[in-house]
Design a protein around this ligand. Structure first.
Ligand code: SF4
Length: 306
């Protein structure tokens, strides 16, 4: 599998883009661009040590632990997302593994219900979960769970030490067993080698069934985190990566995630040409800035993607 992925990825860029475009149109021509809103309902104070993340309390990124977002605030965000064209809303909390018996679990259920009342599909990003928790979330109406593999199993150990790549796979098994769709991708530009990026694609390809959504994030180096001095990614490397993912996963929604603010409109257009067919909208992602919703709408209209 890795050899096939390497052969796809190493093609001259225009040959790769041509192949990705053909695969994309054959499989997704009639599917609209998928817009997903995000609500970070409890920020900061996380006990994990993900090197890219400003919310870890082990780093000094200056993100203070916030109180939980209220039902009212969450509903307002969902309404705003729906006005901007979102069909789903990712609900995220900096949490070291959500558990059913946690005192805050009911609070989470209330926020999920608020999103559903606003007619958006809730998608959860709540870290490692056991089967019991996954079943409870599914029952509450969460039909998609986001849990990224982030990078290759080899590079993962250099980025996160408080849990393992196997822990992530175990959560993915619980998500599937509970009957939820899976949104699973990673981050590139963290200092990994090309081989690590392709190993990530290989690991994603081992998941059966394939993830329904594949978010692709570019590192946004945040001061106070261990990756603060990482040089920015070359957008052409991102475009090459997206095209490869599209060819390996013809049917998945390939979501362009964090890092869009650092891309020109032309680079974003090439990402869409290469097969990206989803974005996260809203002024902020979890902690980082995102393009303004009006700018997104203008770009997508200009490209006739909405
Ligand atoms: S990425 Fe998630 S699990 Fe890791 S430190 Fe940030 S909030 Fe915690």
């Amino acid at each position: 599998m890795l050899e096939r992925i390497q052969n796809i990825h190493r093609q001259p860029l225009f040959a790769l883009l041509g192949q990705a475009r053909r695969v994309h149109l054959e499989n997704n021509r009639s599917k609209p661009m998928r817009l997903c809103a995000l609500a970070n309902v409890k920020m900061g104070g996380c006990g994990e040590d993900c090197a890219y993340c400003a919310q870890s309390r082990r780093h000094s990124a200056g993100i203070r632990t916030t109180r939980w977002m209220t039902v009212r605030e969450t509903a307002a965000l969902a309404r705003e997302g729906r006005r901007q064209g979102a069909v789903c809303m990712g609900i995220s909390a900096a949490w070291r593994g959500t558990r059913l018996n946690h005192p805050d679990f009911q609070r989470l259920m209330d926020l999920i219900a608020a999103i559903r009342r606003e007619k958006l599909r809730p998608c959860a990003t709540l870290g490692n979960i056991n089967l019991e928790t996954a079943m409870a979330l599914k029952q509450a109406g969460v039909d998609c769970y986001n849990h990224n593999l982030e990078t290759s199993p080899e590079f993962f150990k250099k980025i996160i030490t408080t849990h393992t790549f196997e822990d992530r796979l175990s959560t993915i098994r619980h998500i599937r067993k509970a009957g939820m769709a899976l949104c699973c991708g990673g981050i590139i530009g963290m200092g990994e080698k090309t081989r690590d990026r392709l190993r990530l694609i290989e690991e994603l390809a081992k998941l059966n069934p394939a993830p329904e959504g594949i978010p692709i994030n570019c590192l946004m180096p945040i001061s106070g985190t261990p990756l603060e001095k990482t040089p920015p990614m070359d957008p052409l490397d991102l475009i090459r990566f997206i095209a490869t993912v599209r060819i390996v996963f013809p049917h998945s929604i390939v979501r362009l995630g964090a890092g869009r603010l650092g891309l020109s409109r032309e680079a974003q257009a090439l990402c869409f040409y290469a097969g990206a067919n989803g974005i996260f909208i809203g002024r902020r992602l979890l902690t980082a800035a995102n393009p303004a919703p009006d700018d997104d709408r203008r770009l997508l209209e200009k490209l006739a993607l909405i």
